[in-house]
Write a protein that binds this ligand. Structure first.
Ligand code: F6P
Length: 378
């Protein structure tokens, strides 16, 4: 019998966190289950810091709100946690303390809202005997085994609106307008927003680009009377035979990918300017893609995910991730989600080694983009 459950939101925030939380809480209340929320993801689990969640007080009026009412943490890999000992920084596996907290508090299930790194830790907790159920979150849309993550649709909508706006200013000043979007090693946001916004070029990590191909497309447009072009570049896109552009490093702890991507937009703009003779400008969209109100689609998807996660808990189907498969709600084992990252302590997070879902060349989005003449840089 399920009596008491807890939710944690972990990793970079997305629009839709609160919609999932609300949905879990509502479904829990329908089934006489008490709901709690750990503050700032796995950090809250480690510090045993949690609040009661109910739809008449703490979890009220949150469906449309960005961010997360229980916070989220991007640097709390409790299997490799940064601590200070005798004035020195050391990394420790503090997961047993978390396990003890869950047992002491009497939580029958912990819902882990997060991306691949979060679900890797969830799988590891599952192996340690904790009842966990994951819900796939990330604007990057790259969690394995599901067709869509919550937060992605909002990010695409924000990017599409940016493309619309770049169109009019680009057209007015006869410029090449480059938009750098997020997505890390997956090109979903770039590709889908390029189609939604009617961009002329989309450069994604899955297709190493030849900048000359993009320049040719732009020059061809110019010859035909279109003196402006819009280029969408995923932050993880790289030229053929070249490297990803890196802005620096971030401190998301040990055992995770700490590469801070960024800078490919200005680089592409500069190269296109040289090759075409047209003026080019870059806009980096950044965290606009993660903040603010979720789209109606994301509110519904998040609500579906939350209800499904609670349903899985009620059925005792622990160690799973709520997913969308063939357009329908379903679940898969966290083992399948973790994929190649089988070993406890193996690198997690947005790494190339982890089991992230990338754009495949036979995907409808790639085919459609090619069909309507969007240049993919190859
Ligand atoms: O994974 C989500 C994401 O927004 C990526 O698209 C981006 O590369 C990264 O997070 C930024 O991470 P941080 O919040 O650590 O700057």
């Amino acid at each position: 019998m399920l009596k008491k459950v807890a939710i944690l939101a972990n990793g970079g925030d997305v629009s839709g966190f609160n919609a999932v939380i609300r949905s879990i809480v509502k479904t829990a209340e329908q089934n006489n289950v008490e709901c709690y929320g750990f503050i700032e993801g796995y950090k809250g689990l480690l510090e045993n810091n949690y609040i009661r969640l109910d739809t008449f007080n703490t979890a009220s009026g949150i469906l449309h709100k960005g961010g997360s009412i229980i916070g989220s943490s991007t640097n709390s890999n409790v299997f490799n946690y940064k601590v200070e000992e005798n004035g020195q920084v050391v990394y420790k596996d503090l997961s047993d303390k978390c396990v003890q907290n869950v047992k002491d508090d009497g939580f029958d299930c912990v819902f882990t809202l997060g991306g691949d790194g979060t679900q890797k830790s969830a799988r590891d907790f599952s192996l340690k005997g904790i009842n966990v159920i994951g819900v796939p979150k990330t604007i990057d849309n790259d969690v394995a085994c599901t067709e869509i993550t919550f937060g992605y649709n909002t990010a695409v909508s924000v990017a599409a609106e940016a493309i619309d706006r770049l169109h009019t200013t680009g057209e007015t000043h006869h410029r090449i307008m480059v938009l750098e979007v997020m997505g890390r090693y997956a090109g979903w946001i770039a590709l889908e927003s390029a189609i939604a916004g009617g961009a002329d070029v989309a450069l994604i990590p899955e297709i190493p680009y030849d900048i000359n191909k993009a320049a040719e497309k732009i020059k061809d447009r110019e010859r035909k009377g279109k003196r402006f072009s819009v280029v969408v570049v995923a932050e993880g896109a790289a030229p053929k035979g070249g490297e990803i552009t890196v802005e620096g490093t971030r401190d998301n702890g040990a055992g995770v990918d700490n590469t801070k991507l960024g800078g490919v937009g200005p680089r592409v703009a500069k190269e296109l300017e040289k090759l075409t003779g047209l003026e080019a400008r870059n806009t980096t969209l950044g965290y606009m893609q993660r903040g603010g109100t979720p789209t109606a689609f994301d509110r519904v998807l998040s609500t579906k995910y939350g209800a499904k996660a609670m349903e899985l808990a009620l059925e005792g189907k622990f160690g799973t991730l709520a997913v969308i498969k063939d357009g329908k709600l379903d679940s898969v084992s966290l083992e399948d989600v973790v994929g190649q990252n089988k070993v406890i302590g193996a690198v997690s997070g947005n790494t190339q080694e982890s089991n992230i879902r990338k754009v495949t060349m036979d995907h409808d989005l790639v085919k459609t983009a090619r069909d309507i003449g969007i240049c993919l840089g190859d």
